[in-house]
Design a protein around this ligand. Structure first.
Ligand code: NDP
Length: 407
């Protein structure tokens, strides 16, 4: 049975739900807390986590009367304990404390730690058969070989929180797997949608951070500008819904109103629409299988007027095509794609490489990985983390020559 549930797999409704938010101080965390804040009588916060933002997570813990708070940065334990003194809220620090937060018995958990660091805590929640709203893409991109299988075996319920996958999740309910012909993930096209390749090559950090529609964390905003984010989402969709690369299309849709579509064999296409605000897909996950009141602006299509669509340009956005290559290669190649991209984005932020070099570094790392004969299926978090570390090292080694090369 798939870990992504069908509508009729309805769990018993409980009046008070206990909630854990991993990555509570981030952009997704903020949207999640906003939804919880709107109906405090419905939720008991079990655990909240952050990386190093003690002030932010403690403020939330006090507001929501959380039972446990963890920060990943071990050096902040003293600061955390001092800030929580007298509250009775338990606390911990280090990666193991984030895993402990995930293991605590919450009914519903938001997995919104950024990056590969989110994998082990998400797996800890999956292993206890939890209902997990999955925002962290890296869980699937780095560990897709086994993440969903493990979730299915543990009886965990994975609710896709990323807007495009949440849209597909909603649209998929209109037909069976056998009736599906393809899914379509939309992409805003980012700030460089209409730019010439030569201008994209030279784009600055400030230009890359100006997303036309969505307000998100820095890394994902840069990934949107390079369309690497869409590549990560193609990989995510493949693992989440067990789809072949050929069954996943990307369509550029600058207004970001249609988030995803599913085409069935009679050529009916079911779409999910909404304002570009992560609180809508998160509300869908939080309420599932029921619907709770949303917090985003209601959609006013008359005001928007026109919805437009165009094919993606793989020549100007080569990172998107590389995602399909990684999926077809399999056996850890998607982990390499993600790791190399994280190194490339960090180098771009540090002004060590040009914007155009992000995709070149990812491609060079993937090629070197295959050439070195490193491909092997991944079966555990440790396997995935080992590939992630090795690929990061390889990307860091290749970085100077990519940085030196003109486009
Ligand atoms: P942010 O950078 O805004 O927040 C990340 C959160 O994770 C923060 O709470 C941060 O803590 C915490 N964190 C960072 N590093 C670690 C670590 N090593 N160990 C433990 N906790 C850590 O990210 P977003 O909220 O934008 O994104 C979170 C995830 O959701 C990502 O995987 C992203 O791809 C995905 N996503 C995001 C969307 C969005 O709209 N933002 C949309 C769809 C998916 P601190 O504040 O202390 O640094």
């Amino acid at each position: 049975m798939s870990a992504v549930p069908l509508r009729n797999n309805k769990p018993a409704a409980s009046s008070l739900r206990s909630i854990t938010v991993l990555g509570a101080t981030g952009s997704i965390g903020d949207s999640t807390m906003d939804l919880l804040r709107a109906s405090p009588e419905r939720y008991q916060v079990e655990a909240l986590t952050a990386n190093g933002n003690v002030e932010g997570v403690v403020k939330l813990a006090k507001e929501f009367n959380a039972r446990f708070v963890a920060v990943a940065d071990e050096s902040k334990l003293g600061e955390l304990r001092a800030a929580l003194a007298g509250t009775g809220i338990a606390s911990g620090a280090g990666d193991s404390a984030i895993v402990e937060a995930a293991q605590r018995p919450a009914d519903w958990l938001m997995a919104a730690v950024s990056g590969a660091a989110g994998l082990k805590p998400a797996l800890a929640a999956v292993d206890r058969g939890a209902t997990v709203a999955l925002a962290n893409k890296e869980c699937l991109v780095c560990a897709g070989d086994f993440f969903m299988d493990r979730a299915a075996k543990a009886g965990a319920c994975i609710l896709p929180a990323d807007s495009e996958h949440n849209a597909l999740f909603q649209a998929l309910a209109s037909g069976s797997r056998e009736e599906l012909t393809r899914v379509i993930i939309t992409a805003s096209g980012g700030p460089f949608r209409t730019w010439a390749a030569a201008d994209i090559e030279q784009a600055t950090l400030a230009q890359a951070l100006k997303h036309p529609n969505w307000s998100m964390g820095q890394k994902i905003t840069i990934d949107s500008a390079s369309m690497m984010n869409k590549g990560l989402e193609v990989i995510e969709a493949s693992y989440l819904f067990a789809l072949a690369p050929d069954e996943i299309d990307v369509l550029v849709h600058p207004q970001s109103i249609v988030h995803g579509m599913v085409e069935f064999r009679d050529y009916s296409v079911m779409a999910q629409l909404g304002s570009p605000d992560m609180r809508t897909p998160i509300a869908h996950c939080l309420g599932w299988p029921d619907r709770i009141p949303g917090r985003a602006a209601p959609l006013d299509l008359a005001k928007i007027g026109a919805l437009t669509f165009e094919a993606p340009d793989y020549a100007r956005f080569p990172g998107l095509k590389l995602a399909y290559d990684a999926l077809r290669t399999g056996s850890g190649a998607t982990t390499v794609y993600n790791a190399a991209n994280e190194i490339a984005v960090a180098a771009f932020i540090a002004q060590k490489i040009r914007f155009g070099a992000i995709a070149r570094l990812v491609e060079a790392t993937m090629n070197e990985w295959v050439r070195a004969g490193n491909l092997a299926p991944l079966s555990s978090a440790d396997d995935a983390i080992a590939v992630d570390h090795k690929a990061r090292k390889m990307a860091a080694t290749l970085l100077p020559q990519i940085a030196a090369k003109a486009s």
